[in-house]
Design a protein. Structure first.
Length: 91
């Protein structure tokens, strides 16, 4: 669902992903009959010009609405904060 929502919002067709995967594979992902690897999620997100987390957040939202995606991202932020990672940039 997330792939279809973002693809349509960007005005892309399934054929526009020929450099990433076949139209049949993209169609299978959109119908939920196949699951992509994380590497494939990254490739698709790059083709969509979005961060991979955007694609995943919409995927895990109850619906493709800003409110539901915000709930998913708030949960991620809470869980990351609970890990006690240091503040600031760098790696």
């Amino acid at each position: 669902m997330a792939l279809r929502v973002i693809r349509r919002a960007r005005g892309y067709t399934q054929e526009d992903f020929s450099s990433v995967s076949s139209r049949t594979y993209i169609s299978s992902l959109e119908r939920g009959t196949k699951s992509p690897t994380l590497g494939k999620v990254e490739q698709i997100a790059t083709a969509l010009n979005v961060h991979p987390l955007t694609l995943l957040a919409i995927s895990f939202a109850t619906s493709p609405s800003l409110d539901d995606v915000s709930v998913v991202l708030a949960e991620v932020q809470k869980e990351v904060a609970a890990l006690g990672l240091p503040s600031g940039g760098g790696g």
